[in-house]
Ligand binder design. Sequence first.
Ligand SMILES: [Fe+2]
Length: 295
Amino acid sequence: MSKEDEYDKVKLEQFQANQRLESEEIYQLRQKKKQIVEDLQDGGIKNIKSKILDHVNKNFYNTHDLQIEFRKHPAYSKLEIKNFLPLDVLRAMAEELNNLPVEKAKKFDRRGSCMYEFNDLTETPIQEQVVNAMHSSPFLTWLQEVTDTKDLIPDPHLIGAGYAKNFTGDSLKIHTDFNWNEQLRLHRRLSLVIYLNETWNKEWGGNLDFYDLDRKNILSTVVPGPGNLVLWSYHNLAYHGYPEPMTNPIDESRKCFRLFYYVSNSKYHEKFPPHRSLYWFDENENTPYDKPWIN
Ligand SMILES: [Fe+2]
């Protein structure tokens, strides 16, 4: 074999080795990426729902005492719970909301109030998991026990709900909430807000004041601190807001997540009372098997 041929052979082997090495590297990188995605789904995003439910179950299981606290608030029932979310979930939500550009938001500005709202779950996978947790049957059961409410209904369309953030100079004028969800055709019963700022200086403002029914005195105030949850019953005179412009730093937006729960006042028609599934038809008797309308 000539030196030239030998050189070409080694060159080819080296090339092939490089190729294999590259393939191995690519394979390893692919595996690594796959693992990251799986970790994210199993231990991260996908797990947020169970993390929240476990956290609530473990830390706020005494619904009896929470209900007493909820009822204690004058004029209308209201409850504040600190550190309601696991810290890593809170951080993930705050980061997701921070990264959402205001151009993608629905701008809420009425009567001098200003807020940027994000409730598109396709854009916010972390928010989606939180919504899944807080719309789930175990969470609704917990909520019903705490608020002594029956038959709460969540809103899958998140009308007026979801993430919201606003900035220095913004405010939320004193108001009462909307009471009717046209899409669900249901009355509002509960409002739930969780604050996502890990640090908030009370002096910046943005503290949510709850007023008496005459709007004269402040009954209670919620500082938008890390993971603080506030829950209150709908009342047509439950005034609340932070009317003064906030003085928070430009790079520190006020961030929250809101959900509203509803109840139905529907009644069944007397002529068509509730019945189980009817299996037509008994061939021998020539009648339905079940005759709920015949007593
Ligand atoms: Fe409100």
